[in-house]
Design a protein around this ligand. Structure first.
Ligand SMILES: CC(C)(COP(=O)(O)OP(=O)(O)OC[C@H]1O[C@@H](n2cnc3c(N)ncnc32)[C@H](O)[C@@H]1OP(=O)(O)O)[C@@H](O)C(=O)NCCC(=O)NCCS
Length: 189
């Protein structure tokens, strides 16, 4: 993947034809960004678990720069769990991960999810902390019953954002009602 520094970041829903690029980005990202926090066997277990296309039961958003996929994130359908946030190594520390995470959170807020959970890889802990997630506990996950891979369970409350969203919705409805009443008064009097 070529490195491009100046393009505009567009967040969009993933399409079926993105599947291969998403798998490749995920593997490149793990190899480069997770290597320092995991042993070679843990890293291999992680890579093996991510070598197939992502499951169908996720809503996947991709970040695109100049028509290249620079990252993606997912929310498990019908659940309050983040499935993934991955940014290509060429594009890290430019706010793309945060943009993707915020878009997933917005989707969760629209689904009235009050608490969002994530199982963070060790290398992503600082990223989630910076985005308001709280550490719950360290857990081991076993991909296909191979080597246990440590990760950190984290969560974030979205309740305040839901309240804010509901207030904005109510204000919008009141404003629209007010405009309609004024228009009716102008028409009839
Ligand atoms: C974690 C990841 C998604 C972050 O993406 P990113 O686009 O670089 O993140 P951002 O630029 O939005 O970072 C926002 C803030 O998070 C924090 N942060 C990001 N990466 C960090 C890291 N590796 N270590 C500590 N803090 C980090 C910083 O405070 C950063 O702000 P700053 O750059 O102004 O200091 C990316 O490093 C990645 O894909 N890692 C490998 C895949 C992975 O482990 N994903 C998580 C699976 S659960």
């Amino acid at each position: 993947m070529m490195q491009q520094k100046d393009g505009k970041v567009i967040i969009r829903l993933a399409q079926p034809q993105d599947a291969d690029n998403i798998v490749k980005l995920q593997l490149d990202s793990i190899k480069t960004l997770s290597a320092k926090d995991y042993s070679p066997s843990q890293l291999q277990a992680l890579l093996d678990s991510k070598s197939c296309p992502r499951p169908w039961d996720e809503t996947i958003l991709v970040a695109e720069i100049d028509r290249q996929i620079a990252g993606f994130a997912s929310l498990l359908k019908g659940l309050n769990v983040i499935g993934a946030v991955f940014v290509h190594p060429n594009f890290v520390r430019r706010g793309i991960g945060t943009k993707l995470l915020k878009s997933v959170e917005q989707k969760a807020i629209r689904n009235k999810i009050k608490i969002l959970w994530v199982c963070s890889s060790l290398n992503a802990h600082g990223f989630y902390l910076a985005n308001g997630y709280k550490t719950i506990q360290k857990v081991n996950i076993r991909h296909d019953f191979l080597v246990p891979v440590p990760c950190i369970q984290m969560k974030k409350s979205l309740a305040d954002s839901i309240c804010k969203e509901q207030k904005i919705e109510l204000l919008y409805k009141l404003f629209t009602g007010f405009v309609v009443i004024i228009l009716l008064i102008c028409i009839f009097f």
